[in-house]
Design a protein around this ligand. Structure first.
Ligand code: MEV
Length: 307
């Protein structure tokens, strides 16, 4: 049996806008999906969901990945697959991408062909299409390569610097699950309805990401925080926020965060905040009174790998 793990992610800047070809910045985080594959009859088992019927909707991304590996790489078309994930589902932390990436990796390993991370990311993306409809590809890229990544239209570069020293990234999971594909479609519908105005908002979002790269390079936490707040405002304007996201953004800022925003598709899911280390205790305590799950994010620099 061959097993691989792949990390989840948070998007720091540019979600939704990235779907229309504007840039985004994301960070792979140390929460993992693990997939094990062995030769045998077709069988899919999830530790969280139990047995998954290969003809069901849930199995579609996995079946697409198996199909691609068989057609393009000459692999078998039947395997036993075991999936286990610690990444919250439907929260904006890239749970589906991490499963798809770890599956693509362990499948190619089991099959015994030579492959690169580019192959893994590309095959996983086909699975992502089955889950989300029109994904930008940022989630599978982050999960495959790890690290702090600038992504635009299928191309990416690792940002050599990481977040400024003495800084923490706090994640608050609202616990409100939503369908990424649906939110993406509705945001795009508003973009189309707004016409020229929508275009201006997306241009500003793109410019904001370039400014964020400079702030990261300079280690300027106050600037990064302010840019996060502006990014949240643009996402609110496009209909990606919900009251719980706005509320937690305020809660983080009022308790000492330099900035905060929804992250991922929004309308629930997670809110992230950036804070100086000395302020994190107060912010986390304040969030816990709201009964939301709170994490301090640990970056993953490696991306998908065998275990
Ligand atoms: C989801 O993690 C990020 C979105 O921008 C969708 C995508 O990029 O495919 C909302």
């Amino acid at each position: 049996m061959t097993c691989s793990i792949a990390p989840g992610k948070v998007i720091l800047f540019g979600e939704h806008f990235v779907v229309e070809g504007y840039p985004a910045i994301g960070l792979a985080v140390g929460l993992y999906a693990r997939t094990c594959v062995e030769e045998g009859d077709l069988k899919i088992y999830s530790r969280q969901l139990g047995p998954i019927d290969p003809s069901s909707k849930e199995a579609k991304p996995y079946m697409r990945i198996i199909e691609e590996a068989s057609i393009r790489y000459g692999c078998r078309d039947r395997y036993r697959i075991y999936i286990d994930s610690e990444i919250p589902v439907g929260a904006g932390m890239g749970s589906s991408a991490a499963v798809n990436v770890s599956l693509a990796h362990s499948l190619l390993e089991t099959c015994g062909v030579e492959f690169t991370k580019e192959d893994v990311s590309r095959i996983a993306y086909l699975g992502e299409i089955m889950v989300h409809g029109k994904p930008s590809g940022v989630d599978n890229t982050l999960s495959t390569y790890g690290g702090l990544v600038y992504y635009r239209q299928g191309l990416f570069k690792r940002l050599n610097t990481s977040l400024p020293e003495n800084t923490a990234l706090i994640v608050a999971d609202t616990g409100v699950k939503r369908d990424t594909g649906l939110v993406v479609r509705e945001v795009l519908e508003r973009y189309r309805r707004l016409g020229g105005l929508g275009k201006v908002i997306y241009e500003v979002a793109g410019r904001l990401v370039e400014e964020a790269v400079v702030a990261i390079e300079k280690g300027d936490v106050s600037r990064l925080g302010e840019l996060m707040i502006v990014n949240h405002g643009l996402l609110f304007a496009m209909g990606a926020s919900a009251w719980i996201n706005d509320y937690l953004v305020h809660k983080m800022i009022n308790n000492g965060a330099q900035g905060a925003k929804l992250s991922g598709a929004g309308r629930g899911g997670i809110v992230i905040g950036i804070a100086r280390l000395e302020n994190t205790g107060k912010i986390m305590e304040a969030l816990k009174t709201e009964k939301v799950n709170v994490y301090l994010v640990k970056p993953d620099h490696e991306g998908v790998r065998s275990i």
